[in-house]
Design a protein. Sequence first.
Length: 331
Amino acid sequence: MSTRKKTGKMAQVRKKPMYQQIFGLPMNISFSPECVRGTVQYKPRDDDIFVVTFPKCGTTWAQHIVHNILSKGKPFESFEDFQRRSPFMEMLGPKTAEDMPRPGAIKTHLPFHLNPYSPKAKYIYVARNPKDCCVSFYHHTKMFPEYQFTDGTFDDFFEVFINGENDWGDYFDHLLSWYEHRHDLNVLFITYEEMKADTRAVILKIASFLGQTYKDLLESDEKLMDKILYQTSSGYMRKHLNEQMENFYSNPVLWRNDSPEGLKYVNEYFKNKKLEMPKEMKFVRKGVVGDWKNYFSASQSKLLREKFKEKTKGTNIASLWPDLFTDINEN
Ligand code: PPS
């Protein structure tokens, strides 16, 4: 869309997704504010395990890996089972974490200062390079109808992302808040790219963080390791999880009636706004490193590089993704 300025030049008016503000952060507009507040106020149990990420950085993959390790290779049976055993607390509400079968892992997307914290709980933080994160977030925002962004372009979303206006706020503030804690004994800081480069090594790292017995078991049972690698592969998850999500959202009993508080709220929001979940779920999408090359212009890469430099000054964050700004001619 464009409007004519007084100078006669056309100025771009960018399309923006819909959000609500809670705790000073933009949040998914269909989430219950009570559930978000309840999440921040939740007091972790000593045996709590959290999978925390900025959105679109590998949460679901890490949740599946953790679950497969804890369950000795038993995959989630359905999307309902996934939500019950590994609840997304801001969306579903703190009661789902209280009711979660244990051992299990709670999903959150909160920056460190807002995430429920206990020195005894364990936190797995997954970071992903900002360019692929931005592309993945763009597809997510286009796919879910509550954002009212189905006709938004990548250029529109890039503006939102670079300004930190997307849900859960600024990518860099989030990353910095957890990066500071990467050496804490109860924090395991990993990257999506590391998971892609050597999934087996990361599975062992996660198992060891969860408990020596999990690591010992995987080291002594090659078949179990292979099963976990298979069941957490992007191909397997693309087929099974996407299908499970489609089944869940097209089943009125599961999604409309018999659901946790937070999901009822989302459901009401959808009903009031006459929104429908997409029939085809592309939640597990490409699952690769470097898809940004298909989206970023040279000037967008330059803008992000400048922000990256400014925000991460005095840290070693750039060394997490050494090639991020070298393979595009920005000039
Ligand atoms: S969310 O909505 O924030 O919970 O999304 P999140 O799970 O963090 O991130 C989604 C991206 O992770 C990719 N994904 C995977 N990559 C590799 N292997 C496996 N098994 C896997 N599962 C999910 C998913 O495809 C999203 O990335 P993009 O780049 O969009 O493909």
